[in-house]
Design a protein around this ligand. Structure first.
Ligand SMILES: [Zn+2]
Length: 408
């Protein structure tokens, strides 16, 4: 773990700001009610594409969000994960830079390593034609793993991602197989599949248009299939749980159309938009995400073959909790801040433009990232966490100290 406070007086981010006053203000803000709605970052505010950008911003941002999502494999604040995507052209490579509130676990590193090898095989698929031709000519070649079709790649990726996120998926479904974290002692909400079905049946009105009637009938059939797959999961043997989970996730996907469009679909079917921001809609979208991400990665392997032919994972060390003399609470460096500070203190010249996160950025992370100006997040909630802080590092450059948000 890194020490959060290594700066000396005169080169500290707190030289011109009273740290205790700042932290008292954060505590007061965290206790203020009400908390406004989440904030989406609109396309109009995205950065302009430059010649040296190897990925469109929308894809870089989606990849960062997706890798953070699949790496946050368990419940709990310690698993909240942030990611950034680095690309190089000479030689071509793509690096996923990952941080988690309490560090990136070995299980995640192992799973992502397997996932990357799968994606690389898919990216190289077309090149195998040349490889096979050399073999037919009797050339001496080094054996290389066989390429993968897009469908094979998506399936292999799905195996890896579902296995890694096993307990989180079971938790989203409220399955009997779920290992509940110690801090969660509340009663079960009941199966997600039933809660979602009850909500949609009560909200979707019967429409006169034949097209809408047909889609509502299709949706109800998909909800039945989703629930049936859940019942199969509950009745499965321990050795059959992973296979049954994959079936449930695959049944969740068509309900959302493409992994993200269920709210829009329900709106067209007459459900008031104001009623759609509920746990059940968010959870089914997140379940569908596990399959959407696999399909998306398999497609990107082919669209950006050179970058996906060499994939690397780099993880950041997290920080010890920070404590200010005279203050009661310990404070923590969130994963998004870890990523921002990494680039501020590295010599990496071509910074990513997006910081992806496994959940919406908190108010203070969003405010810091916005004021810093070099990165963008997809979405932020407006809650202030009283135990938030920034590292006060001894290796900040003079430029970093001059430009630091926390001086303003
Ligand atoms: Zn935060």
């Amino acid at each position: 773990m890194l020490l959060p406070n290594t700066a000396t007086p005169g080169r500290s981010v707190w030289d011109d700001v009273n740290r205790r006053a700042f932290e008292n203000h954060v505590v007061a803000l965290s206790q203020a009610k009400p908390v406004p709605d989440s904030r989406m970052h609109l396309e109009a505010n995205w950065p302009k594409q430059c010649n040296h950008d190897l990925l469109p911003f929308a894809i870089e941002r989606q990849l960062a969000d997706d890798f953070a999502f699949i790496a946050a494999y368990e419940y709990g604040v310690g698993y909240v994960t942030a990611a950034a995507i680095e690309t190089l052209s000479e030689p071509s490579s793509l690096t996923v830079r990952l941080a988690a509130n309490e560090g990136v676990g070995d299980g995640v590193k192992c799973a992502l390593d397997r996932l990357f090898r799968t994606l690389e095989r898919c990216a190289r698929k077309g090149k195998n034609t040349i490889f096979v031709s050399y073999r037919l000519l009797g050339a001496v070649v080094t054996d290389a793993p066989a390429g993968l079709s897009r469908e094979e790649c998506a399936q292999e990726a799905f195996d890896i991602i579902v296995e890694l996120n096993r307990n989180r998926i079971l938790g989203r479904l409220e399955s009997k197989w779920f290992r509940r974290p110690a801090y969660d002692s509340g009663p079960s909400r009941g199966p997600l599949t039933l809660r979602l079905k009850d909500f949609i049946i009560s909200r979707v009105s019967v429409r006169e248009s034949s097209h809408l009637l047909s889609d509502s009938a299709k949706l109800f059939a998909q909800l039945d299939a989703f629930h049936s797959s859940f019942l199969q999961l509950e009745a499965s043997t321990p050795s059959g749980v992973i296979s049954a989970m994959k079936h449930v996730v695959r049944e969740a996907f068509p309900i959302t159309v493409d992994g993200v469009s269920l709210p829009n679909r329900l709106g067209i079917l007459g459900c008031p938009i104001s009623a759609l921001d509920i746990r059940e809609i968010r959870e089914v979208n997140k379940l569908a995400n596990y399959w959407r991400i696999c399909r998306s990665l398999a497609a990107l392997c082919r669209s950006y073959r050179a970058l996906f032919s060499k994939l690397q994972l780099e993880t950041l060390q997290h920080y010890e909790p920070s404590w200010t003399p005279g203050m009661k609470q310990k404070r923590y460096v969130h994963a998004e801040v870890q990523v921002l500070v990494y680039y501020e203190t590295s010599s990496f010249s071509h910074w990513p433009r997006a910081i992806g996160a496994s959940k919406e950025a908190c108010f203070l992370c969003d405010a810091l990232i916005k004021a810093h100006g070099s990165f963008h997040v997809s979405k932020a909630h407006r809650q202030v966490f009283s135990q938030w802080t920034v590292p006060d590092r001894g290796d900040y450059s003079t430029a970093t100290l001059i430009n630091a948000l926390w001086r303003n």
